[in-house]
Design a protein around this ligand. Structure first.
Ligand code: HEM
Length: 414
């Protein structure tokens, strides 16, 4: 018999209260590949919950395709053709797209931004760290990633608040506190050809087109100029390809890193001994960065679609089935991690799944995100003796992102 989870993983109000870690732990032992119906009439989906099975599925792109999108949504062929980005392209086409940018995101390549990120972080902390309670998301976490992205892509700094706002409305498209066009609640058919099936996806494309037009007139050394020069099989990228590349970079590069930073600080609020430990021993910065990533898992899952029948952990997945790889569950799997429910900034090894693992879609920006998180932690460790919650954190109502809308904190300066 097909195992069914006792928890409804599509219940977004549950996710708004917290990540269902205990339910995930039970599923990993009782129903590691479990079938769920979708309450909104969708076709239903498999949940892959164990670490090893997630890595194996990520690796096997022939059986587990990304071409039907990576979210719960079930777009038509026409929708997909309009909005396909690198992340929902399978090899071999994916390999060619990835080659355009991969050289710009190696560890060595992103190291050139170190001084920029350090300077930027100091500026943000100068204004953001104040006496009395303040919202850490608004004052600090949201400021750093978007400004780094602006530097790398050559985005106009005047437009950054708009980029942040549009990105939020897209990633958090299931939270009525963030957007007035809510996926799953509102009729979004009119926007099905735009990113996230949202009018804000269209706005992001429009903004991108303006930036692209200016860049074509005055190309530089930034990433966007590289995209404009790029050729795949002797052809330049189409206007639509550029729209989609632009939007995935803005969306993938901004919100995720913000979540890691904000949720990381929340972890240090709740586990002050780990903050003391980091401050006492800066050689732990690298391992602390990895542990923050494992612990916070900014992107809870990626979806795949089976292109052939396959048995996984005793479950028979059929061609065409929707398959959700729950990284947030794999990151707490006892089979891979010792004491996975302990936040341990010296953890080693730490082969977490927060950037994906084993497959060709492994986060393109992983080294950049690590650099940013590490620099922000290092700068905070110098200035902040301790963090304290100044109110309840407000989670985004989403099963996709582990985002915080607000993180009210107080600090004791070092
Ligand atoms: C903490 C921060 C971040 C997290 C947790 C994160 C997470 C992820 C995950 C889970 C994937 C999919 C992996 C898979 O399917 O195997 C991904 C892909 C991607 N990420 Fe990130 N990401 C982060 C930061 C960034 C940054 C800073 C950028 C760019 C500036 C970026 C750009 C991308 C792109 C372009 C892809 C698609 C890659 C492909 O399909 O080949 N990400 N990311």
């Amino acid at each position: 018999m097909t195992p069914t989870p006792t928890v409804d993983l599509t219940d977004l109000d549950m996710w708004a209260r917290g990540v269902p870690y205990e339910q995930f732990a039970r599923l990993r032992s009782e129903a590691p590949v479990a079938w769920s119906e979708e309450p909104d009439g969708g076709p239903g989906f498999w949940s892959v919950l164990r670490y090893d099975d997630i890595v194996a599925a990520s690796r096997d792109t022939k059986t587990f395709s990304s071409s039907r999108g990576i979210s719960f949504e079930d777009p038509t062929d026409e929708d997909m053709a309009a909005r396909r980005t690198i992340i929902d392209t399978d090899p071999p086409a994916h390999t060619k797209l990835r080659k355009i940018l991969s050289g710009s995101f190696t560890q060595r390549a992103v190291a050139v931004y170190q001084h920029f990120v350090e300077g930027l972080t100091e500026q943000v902390l100068d204004t953001g760290l104040v006496d009395g309670p303040f919202d850490f998301v608004d004052a600090i976490a949201k400021e750093v990633p978007i400004r780094v992205l602006a530097e790398i892509m050559g985005l106009p700094t005047d437009d950054l608040p708009l980029f942040i706002d549009l990105g939020d409305r897209l990633i958090a498209n299931t939270d009525p506190a963030v957007t007035d066009v809510v996926w799953g609640r509102d009729d979004t058919d009119a926007y099905r050809l735009f990113p996230f099936r949202s009018p804000y996806g269209k706005q992001l494309w429009d903004l991108g087109r303006t930036v692209i037009r200016d860049r074509l007139a005055a190309p530089g050394n930034d990433l966007l100029s590289a995209l404009l020069r790029a050729e795949v099989d002797g052809e330049r990228l189409t206007e639509r390809d550029l729209d989609n590349f632009f939007s995935i970079m803005v969306i993938a590069g901004n919100e995720t890193t913000r979540i890691a930073i904000a949720q990381g600080v929340l972890a240090f609020c709740e586990k002050p001994a780990q903050w003391d430990r980091l401050r006492a021993d800066p050689s732990l910065l690298d391992s602390a960065t990895e542990e923050v990533l494992r612990w916070t898992c900014p992107t809870h899952f990626m979806r795949r679609t089976a292109s052939a029948d396959i048995d996984v952990a005793g479950a028979r997945i059929r061609a065409g089935d929707k398959v959700v790889l729950w990284y947030v569950s794999g990151n707490r799997d006892y089979a891979e991690f010792e004491d996975p429910d302990v936040f341990d900034i010296a953890r080693s090894p730490n082969r977490h799944l927060s950037f994906g693992r084993g497959g060709p879609h492994l986060c393109l920006g992983a080294h950049l995100a690590r650099l940013e998180i590490r620099i922000v932690l290092a700068a905070l460790a110098k200035r902040v003796a301790s963090f304290e919650l100044a109110g309840p954190p407000q989670r985004i109502r989403s099963n996709f992102t582990n985002g915080l809308r607000q993180l009210p904190v107080m600090i004791r300066p070092a």
